[in-house]
Design a protein around this ligand. Sequence first.
Ligand SMILES: Cc1cc2nc3c(=O)[nH]c(=O)nc-3n(C[C@H](O)[C@H](O)[C@H](O)COP(=O)(O)OP(=O)(O)OC[C@H]3O[C@@H](n4cnc5c(N)ncnc54)[C@H](O)[C@@H]3O)c2cc1C
Length: 586
Amino acid sequence: MTTYSAPVEDMMFLFEHLRDNKNYNEIERYKEINTDLVKDILQEAAKINQELIFPLAKVGDENPCVYENGVVRTPPGYKEVYSKFIEDGWTSLSCDPKYGGQGMPKTVSTFFEEMLSSSSLSFKLYSELSLGAYNCILHHGSEEIKNRYLPKIVEGKWSGTMCLTEPQCGTDLGLIKTKAIKDGNSSYKLNGQKIFITSGDHDLTENIIHLVLARIPDAPKGTKGISLFLVPKFWVYDDGTIGSRNGVDTSSIETKMGIKGSSTCVLNFENATGYMIGPENKGLSSMFTMMNLERIVVGIQGLGISETAYQTALNYSKERKQGKANNNISTDTDLIIKHADIRRSLMNMKSIIEGERSLAFWMSQQVDVSLNHPETSVRKKASEIVGLLTPVIKSFFTDMGMEITNEAIQIFGGYGFTKDQGVEQLFRDNRITPIYEGTNSVQAMDLVFRKITEKNVFESFVKNIDDEIEISRKNEKLNRHITNVFELKDTLLNFTRWIDPKGNTPKNDISASCNDYLKFFGYFCLAFIWLKILRKSYENYKSNKEFYDEKINTGNYYFDKIIPRADSHYRSAISGSKFTMGAKFN
Ligand SMILES: Cc1cc2nc3c(=O)[nH]c(=O)nc-3n(C[C@H](O)[C@H](O)[C@H](O)COP(=O)(O)OP(=O)(O)OC[C@H]3O[C@@H](n4cnc5c(N)ncnc54)[C@H](O)[C@@H]3O)c2cc1C
């Protein structure tokens, strides 16, 4: 059986001690969000996740969404839990109070995102895409559109989708064919087909607000000719009431290997009425507001699922007896947690998960600054760091999710391969995360070909590392960790020069190495954050010795056992692509 208990203590440690971004601490409205309030929120969040949402994971896997007579039904229990979920206000946690939200910062809502991902990714996706739609409308919609649509989305009574993918168009959005033709002053008629649309149709909300990419007549070819439209499932009148059905139909839902409780729909737009969001032909950049935040959240999905896999494997290893551990001279067999190899596996998981959670928290402060700091230049700088790290968080966390769920199955031995224990579901559910919101390979290319070419952004990120190294020098127990981070930074700079698309390295060598670069970057970021965690652990040691002893041990494990992986990526990359491109594949 899978098990999950929300890691509130670890989250509170981060909120209390890693909230050290000076710019974040200057944001007026967050000054009153203190640790007592956050603890209360997290404890309530843990309750609804553990008691109501977590059980839905198995239910959804065994009773996938059903499509019948043009209607999509979610798995048993989803409706009831969703009602309670919105009644308790969870959809509004991080939204603007102007539209009924609670105005919590990302430093808080990111923890909630993780808990939801740990409990049931399928259930989470219904509200996750709504939050994405909320963000997109908030930043690019007119006042009229915002006032009409946002309150209901925030309340959770209406949900949202993002409709990009078409049968011929996945990664390459320049291939979009869906058409939008002007029809009156402010409306358009949309025609086309979108596939793989998460929460495209379901029975949880009164209305569904689709954000759709389409082309207007005579639009430039490729990605420069795409506009963004808001298309409601049901008409919405001026007073906010719902009318008859718009021209959007579901023709089928996908049968999938995982996240079976999430509806993944084929949507047909036939003279559907839509409203343009943002300027003509600039739809992709508006949609990117949604996608960039979504990509971070997908990274958090990988983290959340990893946590459940870790806890489940840990519990099993404390119950299962096999063989004898070293130095056992009795006749009794040992629990498998006594075996060094099982401990190695568990520590791999634990050190990566706790590092990721901390990095996500560090990043959430940057996101909050990028959205809410009073000074434009500060917001811009934070936004650039967020842009740089977004592909890393999305890809590294989800790839690690595959490794961790795989290791969890291994700890269960043969039982891990059977359905009964449920641990294999975590592997299947996580498998979508390296694919959607832009595949991990495409994220790696984004990092190399777009993000690191912005030299000042890269340098400003590296300055954060240098600052951490400087502060950590005050504690001599951190000397060896500082040396490690310093050496890694050196290799990162060499790697960055080698892979720079504006340099002399052949293009195929660069393209073939993007994944290695992203992995190196990921391990490096976690080393940086572990240095910070270790420093804070020593500073606060006396207040909770047991907690900090464990942290220090886990941090040391990361430095000894995980960091050496980073170098292998550098060595593999600089060997070039001669044999990659030389293959005939006959
Ligand atoms: C369960 C599920 C939910 C989804 N939800 C949504 C949703 O809500 N809204 C939505 O719009 N879409 C959604 N998608 C679609 C998803 O985002 C796409 O599947 C994904 O972006 C990849 O597109 P594709 O499947 O067409 O693969 P392709 O683009 O055909 O890619 C195939 C392979 O080629 C690689 N590749 C592609 N281009 C390049 C390149 N230039 N260089 C190197 N390698 C390349 C890719 O990395 C991949 O490995 C969902 C998909 C699934 C399965």
